[in-house]
Ligand binder design. Structure first.
Ligand code: KIV
Ligand code: ZN
Length: 389
């Protein structure tokens, strides 16, 4: 079977900017959008134009200056939001309006104060109006994963009939689990009669740490677009992380029979840029882009990796733009890694000297968390100083 091409919809500049404490200036957003275009994402959600004059300005600048991806602006399902989103994205060669309304009874009762029928009508009107302005419209049913499945299918059927090119299924509060979310995608694909006319998209939040797993389960169930952010930024616990999703598909291509257009070698530098500009530090143990993602500390692992990286690495660091893996010397490191490091530092020593130095190294490693090159150089220098002529 041919590998499907999954569309990557990046929402770092919209949902990602909803990360508590993050606020980007227009020029910083343009810089990130240019990096996302280099990364070859398919869609950049540039912001929520009605939210503030700054958001409007950033979306318009990105629409005018960033070429390649579709440029989307978010709008609630009302005329004013949609008109404002249109004014912001219209300078793009490839504008998209992304309109949304909640569909769960919890949101209908406590937030929108609308009936199911009213929401159904509003969704249809919003999509129809957006479609009169731009050729590409995405519709999201907010809180889809906590909505009644049959009602959800009615909403999507009407949205597609009104012209939606993409129907997005958000797990807005990160409530779903992979098996359940895949079942929801399958149900929608089987019960929305005009589903073939639209791309099925998913948008997963990470409240239970399952945003990437849920997105992958949705892809296996037939979703064709995933929404995600660099470094997993986003509202509360964040959104599905772009780098994890893309590298999961890349590494397990045969299992998923799906790939992306992403230029994976741009991943690390894009992650660093977003971290620097947002001020949100990437934890060292973060998959793919954390400092430790390609670092090996245990002696057994170091020995394996020095012989053949396939022993303990499922992808090459170069594939995501990191120049090499790191052998971190610490108390779990073995003689093999220690000897390699000595060679790397330019020392050619006899076996006895290496054995003596290795004993000293282990003593030091017990006291220090990490042993650096300068520690090793000091040990060698000390040894040379006491060596009898
Ligand atoms: O989480 C969510 O439901 C959203 C929508 C606006 C797509 O961000
Ligand atoms: Zn969201």
């Amino acid at each position: 079977m041919e590998a499907r091409q999954i569309q990557i919809f990046d929402t770092t500049l919209r949902d990602g900017e909803q990360t508590p404490g993050v606020s980007l200036q227009t020029e910083e957003k343009v810089e990130i959008a240019l990096a996302l275009a280099k990364l070859k994402v398919d869609v950049i959600e540039a912001g929520f134009p009605i939210a503030s004059p700054g958001d409007f300005d950033a979306v318009s600048q990105i629409a005018a200056r960033v070429k390649g991806p579709l440029i989307a602006g978010l709008a609630r399902a009302n005329q004013k939001d949609i008109e404002t989103a249109y004014q912001a994205v219209k300078k793009s060669d490839r504008p998209r309006i992304h309109t949304f309304i909640a569909t769960s009874d919890i949101h209908l009762e406590h937030k929108l104060k609308m009936s199911r029928n009213e929401v159904l009508e509003r969704a249809e009107q919003a999509v129809r109006y957006a479609k009169s302005l731009v050729p590409d419209v995405e519709f999201s049913a907010e809180d889809a994963s906590r909505s009644d499945w049959d009602y959800l299918c009615q909403v999507y059927t009407r949205a597609i009939a009104a012209g939606a090119n993409v129907i997005n299924i958000p797990d807005t509060v990160g409530y779903s689990t992979p098996v359940e979310f895949a079942a929801l995608i399958t149900y929608i694909r089987e019960h929305v009669p005009n589903i073939e006319q639209a791309v099925v998209s998913v948008h997963c939040h990470d409240d239970l740490g399952m945003a990437v797993a849920n997105s992958l389960a949705a892809i296996a169930a037939g979703a064709g677009q995933v929404e995600c952010t660099i470094n997993g930024l986003g509202e509360r616990a964040g959104n599905a992380s772009l780098e994890e999703l893309v590298m999961a598909l890349n590494t397990r291509r045969e299992y998923y029979r799906a790939g992306t257009n992403i230029a994976t070698r741009q991943i690390y530098r894009t992650s660093r840029l977003v971290s620097t500009l947002t001020g949100i530090v990437v934890p060292p143990n973060k998959a793919i882009v954390g400092d430790n993602a390609f670092a090996h500390e245990s002696g057994i692992h170091q020995h394996g990796v020095l012989n053949n990286s396939l022993t303990y690495e499922i992808m090459r660091p170069e594939a995501v733009g990191i120049s090499r893996n790191a052998i971190v010397l610490g108390k779990h490191s073995g003689r093999h890694a220690f000897e390699e490091r000595l060679k790397h530092l330019g020392y050619e020593l006899d076996a006895d000297t290496i054995n003596n130095l290795f004993v000293k190294f282990k003593e030091l490693a017990d006291r220090k968390k990490m042993v650096f090159d300068k520690d090793i150089e000091a040990m060698v220098a000390e040894k040379a100083a006491v060596r009898p002529e």
